[in-house]
Design a protein around this ligand. Structure first.
Ligand code: AMP
Ligand code: MG
Length: 422
């Protein structure tokens, strides 16, 4: 039986992965890279360091898939057994590679350290395997035919895995599977839109068989719409992609903030820098998270003036000049106090744009009138202040703080977007 060279399986190996002490990030990275070549990873397996189980999995997967890419279990210690399992699945012994052993000894000589005897294991490979050199670690990988499928084993550390994937495996897949259909992809990042609203509008384009195919993921208020088109030629794939991307851009113009960088603060930073508008922030319930996100943007010091964390009423009065009476009358979590905080931040810093956030992150402190998750914002722009209210519930404290932070950035981004070129 000839296996379809465009179908693959991905295996993550390590006891730490099945015990839950480490999340498998390698498999997703491998699948995403294969997808760019038009190779679809149809299955992920996560397995412990167990020779018999690994052998069974390799045999089964190589029976069903033309390409099986595994990572992990190539370390020098006895708990790493991926080499043994691959050899057993192929029905061949392990054989010492004198060449790799000499290279390993050389590595240690260069570090001026004796090579531990344990590392000799890393020079042993299943007989007939193609060795893939490791340019940033001590564990070379290998490729091995098992029945009709090709098993490729990469080292576990993500940096070494990526290097070997890029330098060794991808070129091999390209040369053996041919170029196949060309694939073009892009991502559109949207705010202020729920996943279900998105699906209501463009659900048809999200069919698994659609070309281009549209997938969407949500992360704390940001929707990432990923488009992937395939065609016989690069130009063909690009044309399909461009047309659908244009339709999406038109339909979601209100919400679109970037096409590659998914961090909203970068889109906000770009608008501030382009227009030279200075910014200050005054935070209560987010405790500096908004300032943290804004200062992640390189070069932002040209426009970001100052940020306060005014957690107590006293601090709101002293640092921002909020009227104590106002707090007594409306409470610290109110549109009136949010507006006064934003005005105070603008006045004190001299920034043209100021944002404030004050809310109830919980789990305690909520009332029927002001429940946990209630957040008030103030935006002060050239002296004109507006107040905004959001209710994030029912959520835990950390999620409320994350959503509140994201919404602060969104309000700032919107206030700049709505006044193009001013
Ligand atoms: P190993 O090749 O099994 O010696 O793996 C070495 C290290 O790489 C492990 O201790 C992990 O920190 C990391 N690692 C292994 N597999 C994965 C994976 N699937 N995702 C993320 N990190 C991994
Ligand atoms: Mg391991």
């Amino acid at each position: 039986m000839i296996l379809d060279p465009r179908r693959a399986a991905v295996v993550a190996i390590g006891n730490e992965l099945i015990e839950g002490s480490l999340a498998d990030t390698n498999s997703g990275a491998i699948a995403a890279r294969l997808a760019e070549l038009g190779v679809v990873a149809e299955q992920f397996a996560v397995l412990g360091d167990d020779v018999a189980q690994l052998e069974r999995a390799f045999l089964g997967l190589c029976h069903d898939y033309a390409i099986v890419v595994a990572s992990g279990g190539l370390g020098p210690t006895l708990d790493d057994v991926t080499r043994e399992a691959a050899a057993a699945a192929a029905g061949v012994p392990l054989e010492l590679s004198e060449e790799v052993l000499a290279w390993l000894r050389g590595l240690y000589r260069a570090r001026n350290r004796p090579m531990p005897e344990a590392n000799v294991r890393q020079a042993r490979f299943p007989l007939g395997a193609q060795i893939m050199p490791n340019s940033c670690g001590t564990a070379p990988g290998f490729r091995l035919w098992i029945g009709g499928g090709m098993l490729a084993v990469l080292p576990g550390p993500p940096r070494e895995m990526r290097e070997m994937l890029e330098q060794q495996l991808i070129p091999w897949i390209r040369s053996t599977c041919g170029e196949g259909p060309a694939v073009a992809s892009t991502s559109l990042n949207l705010v202020g839109l729920a996943e279900s609203q998105f699906a209501d509008q463009v659900g048809d384009w999200m069919d698994r068989r659609a070309n281009p195919r549209l997938d969407v993921t949500a992360h704390f208020g940001v929707l990432r719409a990923k488009l992937r088109a395939s065609a016989a030629t690069r130009e063909g794939a690009q044309r399909l992609l461009d047309e659908r991307a244009r339709q999406l851009r038109e339909r979601f113009a209100e919400h679109l903030f970037s096409e590659d960088e998914p961090r909203l603060e970068f889109a906000l930073g770009r608008l501030l820098l382009e227009r030279g508008i200075t910014l200050a922030t005054a935070e209560s319930c987010t405790g500096g998270l908004v300032a943290g996100r804004i200062t992640a943007v390189p070069g932002i010091s040209a426009v970001y003036r100052e940020g306060w964390v005014t957690y107590s009423n006293e601090a709101k009065i002293r640092s921002l000049g909020v009227d104590g009476e106002l707090i007594a009358r409306h409470g610290a979590v109110s549109s009136e106090v949010a507006a006064a905080m934003a005005q105070g931040a603008a006045r004190t810093s001299g920034a043209r744009l100021a944002l404030s956030v004050t809310g109830i992150a919980g789990p305690d402190g909520g009332t029927a009138e002001k429940p946990v998750g209630l957040v008030h914002y103030g935006v002060c722009r050239d002296g004109a202040v507006s107040a905004h209210e959001r209710r994030f519930a029912p959520l835990d404290r950390e999620s409320i703080r994350q959503y509140a932070t994201h919404t602060a950035l969104e309000l700032l981004w919107r206030s700049l977007r709505s006044e193009r070129g001013r």
